[in-house]
Design a protein around this ligand. Sequence first.
Ligand code: PLP
Length: 348
Amino acid sequence: MNVRDLLRANIKAMTPYSSARDEFDNVADVYLDANENPFENGMNRYPDPYQKEVKKRLSEIKGIAPEKILLGNGSDEVLDIIFRAFCEPRLDNIISHNPSYGMYPVLSEINDIELRKVNLEEGFQLNSQAMIDASDEYTKLFFICSPNNPSGNLLQKDEIKKILDLKRGIVVIDEAYIDFAEEKSWIHELDHYPNLVVCQTLSKAWGLAGLRMGMCFASEEIIAVFNAIKPPYNVNVLSQKAALEVLNNEPAFKEQVAIILSERIKVIAALEAASCVSKVFPTVSNFVLARVDNAKALYNFLLERKVIVRNRSTQYLCEESLRFTIGTPKENDRLIDGIKEYESAQGE
Ligand SMILES: Cc1ncc(COP(=O)(O)O)c(C=O)c1O
């Protein structure tokens, strides 16, 4: 399979912007090459366009060479770059499963690309054959979200492998929640599959949703194309600095993930014990989806107590379902107390 054949013709032919930092990537005493303001304030210089320090640290943590990593202003920017590299507006299509993360349809619309949604089976499991059947010669991307949002479960490896083995398009696996799961990331399969692109983020387990830093792991060839497309200085100086600080404190990350996982057990137990909950869906993420007797009523009851959860009832397979993010121990206690109060109020 030649991944270059999947690229849009204009992307294959383009000349990337060459920044001052592309042309001189070394250390000097005096920088008069980028029309910056020379007076030092910590932000007067343009950022490293390739975020080398952050990638070096990520490379140590993930065991992936820096040349196989792209960083973006959140995963949302990374996902958009993937669309723009491969999908010709009004001609190509992409396949995703349903339900899944809400940005794939939005990005499809923005980029004017047809999105073909393939329903997951009961239990939120992937039917790879249905995904393959929905594809054709204009299919450029298969989006797979595993662990899946809003269900929280991992999608089966064997089913995903069938789509990768088809080699019909790029298979994008969005692993925003992988740090909460025990299973290994797909990044370890990159050498086996030239058509595999894995997205992760610092927004979830690493606690940096406000910073906006998304990661993409793929072959050197694909990352080189993405680097040519991305805005030259897409990750600012402060974000690079703050990300590095947090990535250098792995013990804090591990401790927080451990607390979230033990709290997840507590929240699941409380939901299972609640008579207003008819089903708690299996999760490996930092949230739990549960079917309740009346999603709107419970949502509003919690809202009155200033506890905000997400009503996912309009999503396929999620009738009367609420999604509960795992908070701090105190926050989870507020949620559990709220659910108990709701049940007492119902009994009155
Ligand atoms: C599956 C999935 N991917 C990506 C994101 C967004 O990540 P980021 O904050 O890096 O844009 C989310 C956020 O909820 C998500 O659920």
